[in-house]
Each structure stands twice: as structure tokens, then as C-alpha cells.
Design a protein around this ligand. Sequence first.
Ligand code: NDP
Length: 283
Amino acid sequence: MSNIISGKELSKTIRQTVKEDVAKLLEQTGKVPHLVVILVGEDPASLSYVTAKEKACVKAGMKSTLLRKDETITEDELLTLIRTLNDDPDVHGILVQLPLPRHIDENLVIETIRQAKDVDGFHPLNVAAVHLGLPGILPATPKGIMTMLKSTGMEIKGKNALVIGRSNIVGKPVAMLLLKEHATVTIAHSRTVNLKALALQADILVAAVGRANMVTADMVKEGAIIIDVGVNRVDDKLVGDVDFDAAKEKASFITPVPGGVGPMTIASLLQNTVECFKMIETK
Ligand code: NDP
């Protein structure tokens, strides 16, 4: 029977600390961090993510602006908008909600955001910082995952960690951050052979795939820590990549879906916005 790592509870504490930081920064500088979110198109899931991010910003005492653009916006128009925000001294963080329509090159958009305003941590210079172990803005979901792991009080050093999924926004950066903490890291993906055997060796298992309940209890090592990043809609219910009810009987710690990694991603985004503000206003 495992302990539940509640992202909901942990994120409340982080958000309170961010709120206190914002109040102090206002005293020091006369300004509060300002996050600008750009949403292109009408995707309902994207709209609900950006609304949650905006609400969290405002609750933490920050300024938040949502710029909604029609999906017919050209790549040039979007890049021009980003360059204007890069140069705007009143803007400290820029987030372009992904995915973008197919006619827009996401990499080009991400590269155009000024590194110091890249609250998502997706800019190549921030990605390089993660790989080189240098200071930089960490991508929000991996940052939240590491905060959850550390909240267990369990040592990461020397542990076998398996990350299932190798995306640029979750799998790869999580693997690098675990490596930085001296875990022995394996990355699995769709061509991995015998995932179960790898999973059974994992003291830490991070599932970031997007396939409902693909990690079954017979893949879980007794006492493992399980972080479930996946968000899947099944019969109008949100479920993770891990068969939570069965896996929790074997794991020492496990994150729920919903109420796990999701709220931590938002809390980490707030922390990143404060970091960007400090880089711009106080250094
Ligand atoms: P991607 O679709 O970009 O990546 C999925 C990864 O899973 C790929 O590397 C893919 O391998 C791998 N994969 C697919 N099938 C298998 C399989 N059968 N066995 C092993 N690996 C497999 O997804 P993301 O990383 O963007 O997101 C993953 C999940 O996390 C999604 O459910 C997403 O909604 C959720 N998510 C949640 C967030 C939160 O805040 N809670 C934030 C971000 C994501 P290959 O590379 O070979 O194709």
C-alpha cells in the first residue's frame, strides 16, 4: 500500500510561496511579474490549459494577459508579435501554447522567444542548460516531477530510474534531471523491447506516454516510486498511464491522475515566471 504524492496539496504550498515572493518583489521593484500567454486557434483542451495558467497567475498576485489569435495567423505575424513582446519591458514571461497549426514552425516560434522570458523552458539555450547541468529555466512538467520526487524524502542517488517516453517536453528533460541527481537512467519508447523487464528493475518509474493504464501492476517493482504524467480521457474520466488502483498496492509512493503532475506543472510555471522576472528586473 503506497503513499500518495498529492500534486494538489504540494502545489498549494508552492503557490503560497510564490505569492509571498511576488509581494516582496513588488515592494522591491514596484512591479509584479507579467506573463503573456498566446493561444492560436480554438482547441478546447488548449483553452482550458491557458485559462488554468492565467487563473493561477492572478491568484499569486501576478499579471497575466491572454492573447487569442485566429488559427489563420501567419508564421510571420506570430514571430513579429513575439519580437514585440521580447522588447516590451512590461512583459517578463512569454508562453505560446502548443500545439500550433501545421503551417507554423513550432521550433522557430520557440527559438524566437527571448531566453530570459522563456517560462516554458523550451528555448534551445534552456534545453542546453538542462543537458549541461547549468542554471536555466527548467521545463515546467519535469521541474514539477523532480519537486514531487524530492518531497518523498527518498534518495534518488544510485537508484534505477526508468522514464517511459522520450518527448522533448517531458521524457528527455526528466531523464536528464534524474541523471543530474545521480540516478541510473533508462529511457524507454515505442520501439523498446521487453518494457516489463526494464520496469521491474525500476526504483523510480516515470510514465509519460499518453496510453491509458499501460503500466500494469505486474510491471511494478515492490517499493518503487511511480510518477504518472499521462493524461488520458476514458469514458469521460481522466486516467493516467498507470493502473493506479493495482499499482498502488506495490509502490511506496505514487502520483494520482488527476491531482498529481498536472497541478505541479502549473505551480512550476509560476515559479519560472518569478525566475524570469528576477533575471530581467533584479540582475
Ligand atoms: P508524446 O506523444 O510527445 O510522447 C509520447 C512518448 O511515448 C513517445 O516518446 C513514444 O515513443 C512513447 N510511447 C508511445 N507508445 C509507447 C509504448 N507502447 N511503449 C513505450 N513508449 C511508448 O507525449 P508527451 O511527452 O507530450 O506527453 C505524454 C503524456 O503526458 C500525455 O498523456 C500528455 O497528455 C501528458 N502530459 C501531461 C502533462 C501534465 O502537466 N500533467 C504535461 C505534458 C504532458 P516514440 O518516441 O518512439 O514515438
